[in-house]
Design a binder for this molecule. Sequence first.
Ligand SMILES: [Zn+2]
Ligand SMILES: [Zn+2]
Length: 281
Amino acid sequence: MDVITLGTGSPLPTPDRAGPSTLVRAGGRDLLFDCGRGVLLRAAAVGSGALNFATVYLTHLHSDHVTDFNDLVTTRWAMSPFENPLKVVGPVGTQQFVDRTLAMLETDIGYRLDHHDDLCWNPPVEVTETDAAVDGTVISDVGGVRVIAAPTDHAPVQPTLGYRVEADGASVVIAGDTVPCEGLFTLCQGADVYVQTVIRPSLIKMIPSARLQDVVDYHSSIEDAAATATKAGVRQLVLTHPVPPPPPGTEHEWVDEARRAFDGDVVLASDLDTVTVPATT
Ligand SMILES: [Zn+2]
Ligand SMILES: [Zn+2]
């Protein structure tokens, strides 16, 4: 199983980090987690794309995590020679988000239906909303790839989900934006790789912006992520979505900070990094 950090950015635009999205390659399939700014550009760099995603899993509906969802819908629909539903799994509210996205796209959909004689269907999107249990809910178990969801804590944004993928004798957690909580511990228990969006409060506190200070209490700090990894017995911690974006050359500070509370492997992900997860069970 491979984990590819397609986009490692946050809402703050930065030239070398696309918006949050992570690709998990398992059992010969591409599973996409979130679809932030530039997701299809990054997917193209690893030979994937709108037609390749078996399912798109959304952790939550914050703009940075879903900015390019509309691009995914349009590109898959316009490129597919047959009616090829986009499967989406997300928290309650995802169906409404999809309906509104399709409404936003109506003008373009009309243009393309009028222009192409062989395109005679609207973009098909199949949504599964999941009200996951704290002890984990199995979302799918197909072809040796099991996906489990659990609720996370990103209040006041709710509901939010984290995911665990089990395949090829290994396990990976895509946590999304969350503070440490019971659902997150459930997912992380004994995981080989734990991907966590993080912030660095010591730097944020130096930035004179009241709005930026608000983000501190609903994300995991580096220290929180490291503590979760230790508590859950995780093998490797992958930090992503760093806020504020680290100036080039300072990435090691983030890793060093995590190592103070976690003995396993730690990386601060860049776009298009691949973590290969060997079988451990
Ligand atoms: Zn975010
Ligand atoms: Zn968020």
